[in-house]
Design a protein around this ligand. Structure first.
Ligand code: IMP
Length: 455
């Protein structure tokens, strides 16, 4: 038996009740999607980033699309730049876990600057980020037909493959003209020679090199030691938000593999994707839409088609923010959300798009599955089992009323409260925010403590 640990009685401890600790030591918040992406993370981060010191992206690339509503007709779709950029005092970072198409980043920054948003003095990119080059997009196109995953065709998979295969180029390599030319040329030829003729490859190589000087000059001043800067901010108890792209079921490990993206959106990866220690994370905010959508191929147990799907798609404007593809629509799948809460260690829920459901005569929510006669309360890890998975539904009354104008929980119709109760009880996690429209103004705060700390 080891020695018993001596209990430490510090004279100040009784003055610091545990509930006050988070208000004194500011933890890092991770905002993570609990479905297949498009949960409304952009609008939630937009609403909590106003008082943040920094917002950082930790994975994915320009496959993501975060839509922010700044005014009645003022809509912004961000793909790489974090959602905090709309607030002039917030610093924004692109962490090492992100793969960056530098040309697309340059275009996005210029677009934001044309709209009067100062970006370059507030945006920092890690030199450890791997770059997506035009040959990754061409390569993905060549593979596309065989894989049939319905990707965004932004070169995400090929760039992450190169990273893991240790042949990728990081921003630090990109900014070294000699090594860039050498490594990029070698990669390009190696990848594309089975698919393209030598002259076509040479042409592509020339195109990559032609754009190089202007992109490198643009990117160079943005490169920062993201890990160190966030570490220093965290030491000073500054508010930091880590923002995921995509969602839990597109995670390359925990998603519906192989119909997933090539990175880890789950919260556990967040500190790794920016270079912070795991103990800095103090709040995991899980964002879930009150119905389900998915873009691209892959299993979707509660998928619906026909007029109901059409109605939800049109009323919720469910079209991909990056590719414009119509999103597949489904009923709310609570076992998925519960599993996502477990995997991400969700502390609070942000529930979105209840307004899209308003007016439907009744709601179906999935509360379990039948898999060959066995009752499951969690979706299986093995994607092939999805083919035989039959959702089990509970019917709830439809929600009526002008939800967008409501700002207090007590104003919500009883059917809306019922839906909330079902989600919270099933997931076993309390809600913090209920979003009832695209603007941060259309939301109800359900947790005052969360509001005080984060909003
Ligand atoms: P990739 O990330 O382009 O490789 O695409 C892999 C899968 O993830 C495809 O099914 C895409 O439709 C999906 N996907 C990637 N990014 C997003 C997103 O931001 N929202 C929704 N689906 C996404």
């Amino acid at each position: 038996m080891g020695k018993r640990r001596k209990k430490i009685f510090h004279p100040l401890i009784p003055l610091f009740p545990y509930s006050l600790v988070p208000f004194i030591f500011m933890p890092v918040l991770v905002a993570v999607g609990l479905q297949w992406g498009d949960e409304g993370k952009g609008r939630i981060v937009h609403s909590i980033a106003r008082h943040a010191h920094a917002v950082a992206r930790y994975q994915g690339g320009n496959n993501a699309g975060h839509t922010l509503v700044l005014g009645p007709k003022d809509i912004l779709a961000l793909h790489l730049v974090p959602s905090g950029i709309v607030y002039p005092k917030v610093r924004c970072y692109i962490g090492n876990g992100v793969v960056v198409d530098l040309k697309s980043l340059m275009d996005e920054v210029r677009l934001l600057e044309r709209r009067g948003i100062r970006v370059r003095e507030r945006l920092g990119i890690s030199p450890l980020c791997h770059v997506i080059l035009p040959y990754h997009l061409v390569f993905e196109k060549c593979l596309g037909e065989g894989l049939r995953l319905g990707t965004t065709q932004r070169g995400i998979g090929p760039a992450y493959s190169d990273k893991i295969a240790r042949v990728g180029l990081r921003i630090s390599d990109y900014l070294n003209p000699k090594s860039f030319k050498e490594k990029a040329g070698k990669n390009l030829r190696g990848k594309l020679s089975p698919f393209m003729s030598a002259p076509a490859i040479r042409e592509l190589e020339q195109a990559v090199m032609k754009d190089y000087p202007s992109i490198a000059n643009f990117i160079r001043p943005l490169v920062r030691n993201v890990s160190l800067e966030l570490f220093e901010m965290n030491k000073k108890d500054r508010r930091i938000i880590l923002e995921s792209a995509q969602g839990t079921f597109l995670d390359v490990d925990f998603g519906t593999y192989p119909y997933v993206t090539s990175s880890n959106p789950i919260a556990g990866f967040a500190p790794c994707g920016v270079g912070l220690g795991p103990k800095t994370i103090g709040m995991v905010l899980g964002v879930a839409k009150l119905f389900a959508t998915r873009v691209g191929e892959g299993p979707f147990p509660t998928e619906i088609t026909g007029s109901l799907a059409h109605q939800i798609r049109e009323s919720g404007l469910e079209y991909g923010a990056t590719t414009g593809r119509p999103r597949r629509i489904g009923h709310l799948d609570l076992p998925m959300i519960k599993k996502a809460c477990r995997i991400n260690g969700v502390d609070r829920l942000a529930l979105t798009k209840m307004d899209t459901l308003a007016g439907l005569p009744r709601l179906q929510i999935c509360v379990g599955y039948d898999l060959k006669g066995e009752f499951l309360t969690e979706p299986p890890d093995d994607s092939s089992a999805y083919e035989e998975l039959k959702p089990i539904y509970k019917e709830l009354p439809g929600i009526n009323g002008d939800l967008g104008s409501m700002t207090k929980y007590k104003d919500l119709p009883s059917a809306a409260k019922r839906l909330l109760k079902e989600v919270v009880e099933f997931a076993g996690v309390e809600p913090a925010v209920l979003s009832l429209g695209r603007s941060p103004k259309n939301q109800i705060i359900l947790d005052q403590k969360f509001e005080k700390q984060w909003m």
